[in-house]
Design a binder for this molecule. Structure first.
Ligand SMILES: Cc1cc2nc3c(=O)[nH]c(=O)nc-3n(C[C@H](O)[C@H](O)[C@H](O)COP(=O)(O)O)c2cc1C
Length: 227
């Protein structure tokens, strides 16, 4: 698979096959992702990888803990979005939600259905591997950006193994619950989870493809004769 195909085919997967990914592959994937660039080559990321019985136990504990909680409004370690969210981001987020819940057949007014789907984040959408991405609390915006670069690199590399992913900031919302289960030291902050496995191509939720703003909306070209 070439780099263009990896980028074109990567999308957030929210339903996985019950098919394991072996540890050697996960190790190789994470090792390759460490080739991601970082300012000053700080490599400020750390990864916690779960599978099998420990993953099942973690998921079971977390789902029980959020049973009577609505995690969508929790800030956890950090506000996931600016509050209040402003344009054009507000509309983009709204359209993303509309498309996702339409694919799932969850009606606009069905808040219980939406909440139930949201909580599937805490089962890693059934993925056989759950990764947690963290960084030292003393790090600043530069290192946060680096961790984002690592995340993107890992998700694209996963395509090379025929694997699918979903980045999940929803885990940071419940950091107080999940941090002790991961064994994260107090010095580290949880940034996100990553569901990793084989996509269930037949699942309706995986047929949803998100839109993007056009190049002219996000880039001002200066000095080019054509662009
Ligand atoms: C840092 C980050 C955190 C995300 N957190 C979640 C999440 O908690 N749950 C979820 O279902 N999707 C999550 N997503 C997926 C985004 O919603 C998705 O990337 C976006 O809608 C674009 O769709 P695509 O990934 O299919 O191209 C996250 C993505 C990123 C990059």
């Amino acid at each position: 698979m070439d780099v263009f195909e990896a980028v074109d085919s990567r999308k957030s997967c929210r339903a996985f096959l019950d098919k394991p990914v072996d540890g050697a592959t996960v190790r190789e994937l994470i090792g390759r992702a460490t080739r991601a660039a970082s300012g000053g080559n700080l490599q400020p990321w750390s990864v916690y990888a779960f599978t099998g019985a420990p993953l099942a136990e973690l998921v079971r504990t977390v789902l029980a803990a959020v049973d009577t909680v609505d995690p969508r409004g929790l800030n956890g370690e950090f506000p996931v979005y600016p509050e209040p969210l402003f344009e054009p981001f507000r509309s983009r987020r709204f359209e993303n939600g509309v498309g996702l819940y339409r694919a799932l057949g969850v009606a606009r007014g069905d808040d219980a259905g939406r909440l139930a789907q949201y909580k599937q984040n805490y089962a890693f959408f059934g993925a056989p591997v759950g990764l947690f991405l963290a960084l030292d609390r003393r790090c600043g915006p530069g290192q946060w950006t680096d961790v984002g670069g690592f995340l993107a690199t890992l998700m694209l590399l996963a395509r090379g193994y025929g694997l699918a992913t979903c980045a999940q900031e929803s885990w940071a919302r419940i950091a107080a619950i999940v941090t002790p289960l991961i064994g994260l030291p107090d010095t580290e902050m949880l940034f996100c989870g990553i569901a990793l496995g084989h996509a269930d191509a037949a699942a309706p939720v995986n047929r949803f493809r998100t839109a993007r703003a056009g190049v002219d909306e996000i880039c001002r070209f200066v000095g080019f004769e054509t662009a």
